[in-house]
Design a binder for this molecule. Structure first.
Ligand SMILES: [Zn+2]
Length: 194
């Protein structure tokens, strides 16, 4: 194994990817459990520690695609290099069926606005589970390949836009980045890729 093998790899789609990943670190904040993490984030916020910074503590980024440190003057954030094996082992995509069943296919949204596409592609509420699984599968490969776009970063965390392909059309879906490589679907259709 040379240095190149350690830093460059090939994903499930045969694309070249970077294996150079980091974990965002802010002192005092555990990656889990969430309740303890929230208590500590809120309590150190009272001492002036920025909630935006602590929201990304424990999050994994490919080094070439991460928010710029420092986020503000006197920022305490650091990065820790992590092995790609950790990313492979821990990364997971959570896409809730409700994003499809109760949103895309809800009678008041179905065939309307941004999600009208799903109807035009012939999907119905019966496809909710299959779509949920398809999104999770595609987004996980893309995220682990560093194929995400950094969107809004605030006290709730770092939002990502991740390409998803359905019926031969590629578009962005919206995800929230959580500690230890978890991504959670927020928006099934986030816009066309320009
Ligand atoms: Zn910071």
């Amino acid at each position: 194994m040379g240095i190149v093998d350690e830093l460059i790899g090939v994903n499930e789609r045969g694309e070249i990817i970077s294996k150079d990943w980091v974990e965002w670190e802010h002192f005092m904040i555990p990656n889990k459990p969430k309740w303890l993490r929230d208590i500590l984030r809120n309590s150190i916020a009272l001492k002036g520690h920025c909630l935006t910074c602590t929201s990304v503590d424990g999050c994994y980024f490919v080094r070439s695609n991460m928010p710029e440190q420092a986020l503000h003057p006197h920022c305490d954030c650091k990065t820790k290099t992590i092995s790609y094996g950790i990313v492979q082992k821990n990364a997971k995509a959570t896409s809730g069926i409700e994003k499809f069943r109760d949103y895309v296919f809800a009678p008041k949204h179905y065939g309307k606005g941004k999600v009208a596409l799903f109807k035009s592609w012939g999907y119905t509420i019966d496809d909710s589970e299959a779509l949920r699984r398809e999104y999770a599968e595609q987004a996980l490969i893309a995220y682990k390949s560093g194929q995400y776009k950094l969107k809004k970063l605030d006290e709730h965390g770092q939002q990502l836009a991740i390409p998803v392909s359905l019926k031969g059309k590629v578009f962005y879906s919206g995800w929230m980045l959580c500690p230890e490589g978890e991504i959670v679907l927020t928006t099934p259709f986030g816009g066309w890729i320009k």
